[in-house]
Ligand binder design. Sequence first.
Ligand code: UDX
Length: 441
Amino acid sequence: DEPAPRLTVIGTGYLGATHAICMAALGFHVLGVDANAGKVARLNSGEVPFFEPGLPELLAKALDSGRLRFTTSFADAAEFGDVHFICVGTPQQPGSDAADLRYVDSAVTELAAHLRRRALVVGKSTVPVGTAARLTELVRRVAPAGRDVEVAWNPEFLREGYAVDDTLRPDRLVFGVSSDWAEKQLRAAFGPVVDQGTPVVVTDLTTAELVKMAANSFLATKISYINAMAEICEATGGDVTRLAEALSYDDRIGGRFLKPGLGFGGGCLPKDIRAFAHRAEELGVGQAVSFLREVDAINKRRRERTVELVAELAGGDLTGVRVAALGAAFKPDSDDIRDAPALDVAAALHRLGAQVTVTDPAATDNARRSHPELAYATDAMSAAEAADVVVLLTEWNEFRLVDPEAMGAVVARKRIVDGRHALDPGQWRAAGWEYRALGRP
Ligand code: UDX
C-alpha cells in the first residue's frame, strides 16, 4: 500500500478552514496555508474565525493530534504536500457580474513557483468554466517540476451550518481530472470518504467546473420558481405555502429548496448565478442561461415586496415608523451577512425613513460593522419594544418560538410581516396581530 498523500489547503476562509480541519479529522496530515498571518495565528491557537457548529471541537482535536497546522509559507506547503487544495475565494468583481480570479491566480502562482516534485493541484473554488485549463498552462510554465505538476478540479457543495457533515459525509464527490494518476491521487486523498460508499463521479476538468455552477443555478432557480408563484398568488389571492406543499408531494419535484419567502442570499448562490450568466455570455451562449437573469430579478423583487408590505402595514409612509427587524444573517444558524436579504430589507426600510432596530442571534456584530446606521438589540423582545411593525427576516428558531401574546404586550402596534413563512398566522391573528406574509392572502 502506498502511504496516504500529505495534503495542503491553500486559503483558510470558510471553505478552506473547514476542508483542512475535516481532512485532518479523517486522519490525513494537513498543512493549511494563508497569506493572512493573523488568521494563521488564530487557527494555530485553536480559534475558528467564523461561526460553524462542530468545527471548533474538531480543530482542537486535530491540533492536539499533531496532524494539522497552519502556515503563511508557500515554500513549506510545496515541500510538505503531495496534493494541494486551492480553496481561496472567488468573489464578484466590483461593478461587474464576473468572478474575481485574482486570489486563485496568485495562490496557484505562488505555490507553483516552489513545486519541485510531482504533485497534484486541486481546485475547489467556484470558478468560471475554462479556469482549470488556464491554470494547467500556468502551472506548467511556473513550476520547476513543469509537467510533473497536474491540475484537477473537485467542486465543493458544502452548506454553511452543515459544513462539517457535508465535508465528512458528502452526497457525492466530483473528480475532474486529465489523467489516471490524478484520479488515483484524488481517490487516495478522499480514501475514507470514498470507502463509505460515497458516489464518485469522474469527469474532465471542464465538466467538473460546470457541475458546481449547474448545481447552484438549479437550486437558485428552484427558489425563484416558487417565489414567482408567490407573485402570482399575490395577484390572485392564492396561498403559496399550500401551493408549495402540494407540489412537494410529487417526488419528481420534491419539497427541498421550494420554501417561498424573502429569497436566497449568501456568499454563493447570488454571485454564482451572475458569474455563470456572465461567463456564458462571454462564450457566446448567453441565451442558454439567460433565465438566470430572471432568477436573479425575481429574487430581488422579493426584497422589494417585503419592504412594500411593511409600508402597507404602516399605512403607506415609513417616515418615523419604528420597525423591529428579526434577523440579519442570510439564513438561520449562520453569522454570514453576505448578500443577506434580511439586512438588505432592514437597510432599505431605514433609507425610506423608518427607525429600524435589528436583532440577530449570531450576525449582529457583522451587521453593525456593515450597517452602522441601523440600531441593534440583543433579542427579539427588546427589538420589538414600542415597535409599530415587526418584520421577521431570517427564520431563526428562537424567532419561531416568540410568544405573540408576550410580544404583543411590548409593541406599540400589533402588526407583523413574516418574510420567511416561519410563524403560524392563526396563532398570531388569535393574539390580535395583523399578520401579513409574502404570497399569502
Ligand atoms: C449554497 C449551496 O446549498 C451549497 O451547496 C453551495 O456549496 C454553496 O451555496 P449556502 O449558501 O450555505 O449553500 O446556503 P443554502 O442553505 O443553500 O441557502 C441559500 C439561500 O437560499 C439562503 O438565503 C436561504 O434562506 C435561501 N433558501 C433556501 C430559500 O429561500 N428557500 C429554500 O427553500 C431554501
